[in-house]
Design a protein around this ligand. Structure first.
Ligand code: NAI
Ligand code: MG
Length: 343
């Protein structure tokens, strides 16, 4: 009986995590759930944005579903982003962000952004000298090597899945290394060189490289060019929001944070969305599709496929929240997904 830790967090995290948990419980009745606290509201109540009890709950669960937390706009003594802290303390070095076509009429998109999750510009090494502020962009060979390996392994898995699904005309497995080594010669030079070194171990996978600015343009213009993209932390953060925009926005974009160990944290790509929080209109599909990734991680692949099929059915049936152009509430989308599980 796998144990799932639920961390709703702030804002719409409190709406979409219970929604996704309902779907999880329906599709796998043997799951057990434990809820844990984190975020800005938690910080204001308890003085910690990520209490020790929450860290322990994540560490002992089989997987965690995280909603979103709200950050104060300026530095606040003692406050640190809980998701960044979780990624760091459990060394969840890979952030996997699949982007797929959801609605009829959208361009065909089926790609995976593999984002390095522990260093780059988010290494936390920032300082200020009077009117100058400096952020250090840390790139290491070991971190670049392990993230490249995840990308090539994922490309292999995706090719196998396409084959199993009978997609004969599907493109060959490709990893695109996205960097800016023409300017960041030493840091992205090291990232590029390390990824190309790992590529040599995967002769069955095509390797391409692209400068990040060009990658942004091609993602918009011709997303079908891409299969797996591997990139550094900030570039991956930005490109994955951009790619989510191709298929209807942040509301339905899922992600996984995984490392070498058993701990894994699944979360919708979006934040706490204070502009719509509390109105019952948040799109729960980013969280529901993150729950599908969670199911795969705990070895429940068939249940993950059922959830994805149910999501596709609910979208095809036109049950859409306002961000996707509809008028449905969070609850109505969950009901449609639960119905889709039955059909
Ligand atoms: P956001 O993702 O919360 O919202 C951006 C826009 O997308 C808003 O207009 C929002 O209404 C819409 N949106 C997002 N999720 C949606 C959903 N499920 N359904 C319908 N519409 C949705 O990003 P924003 O506004 O930049 O940040 C708000 C707060 O969230 C900030 O405090 C930020 O620090 C935090 N944040 C937290 C993250 C996390 O916990 N992992 C990630 C990103 C932001
Ligand atoms: Mg982001």
């Amino acid at each position: 009986m796998p144990l799932i830790c639920l961390i709703p967090g702030d804002g719409i995290g409190r709406e979409v995590v219970p929604a996704a948990a309902q779907v999880l419980a329906a599709v796998q009745p043997d799951l057990r759930f434990v809820e844990a606290d984190a975020g800005w509201d938690c910080f204001q109540r308890s003085g910690s944005a990520l209490p020790d009890a929450t860290r322990a709950a994540v560490g002992s669960a089989d997987a965690t579903l995280f909603g979103a937390t709200q950050s104060p706009s300026g530095p606040v003594a003692g406050y640190a982003s809980p998701i960044l802290a979780l990624r760091r303390s459990f060394d969840l070095y890979a952030n996997l962000r699949p982007v797929n076509t959801l609605l009829p009429g959208q361009p065909k998109v089926d790609l995976l952004i593999v984002r390095e999750n522990t260093e780059g510009l988010y290494s936390g090494r920032e300082h200020r000298e009077g009117d100058t502020a400096i952020a250090e962009r840390v790139i290491t060979r070991p971190a670049s090597e392990r993230i490249a390996r995840v990308a090539f392994e994922q490309a292999r898995l995706r090719a196998q899945a396409r084959l199993a699904a009978g997609e004969a005309s599907s493109p060959s497995a490709t990893v695109t290394i996205v960097h800016k080594a023409n300017v960041l010669k030493l840091s992205d030079g090291l990232f590029r060189e390390t990824c190309l070194g790992v590529a040599a171990e995967y002769p069955d996978i095509r390797v391409k490289e692209m400068l990040v600015d060009a990658a942004a343009m091609w993602l918009v213009k011709e997303p079908a060019r891409f299969d797996v993209l591997v990139t550094t932390n900030l570039f991956g953060d930005i490109l994955s929001d951009l790619a989510a925009g191709l298929v209807g926005g942040l509301g339905a974009a899922p992600s996984a944070n995984v490392g070498a160990g058993p701990v894994a944290v699944f979360e919708p790509v979006h934040g706490s969305a204070p502009d719509i929080a509390g109105r019952g209109i948040a799109n729960p599909l980013g969280a529901v599709l993150s729950a599908a990734l969670l199911l795969e991680h705990i070895g429940r692949g068939a249940a993950a496929r059922r959830v994805r099929r149910a999501v596709t059915r609910s979208l095809a049936g036109g049950t859409l929240t306002p961000d996707l152009g509809g008028a449905a509430t969070t609850g109505q989308v969950v009901a449609a997904v639960l119905q889709g599980l039955e059909d």
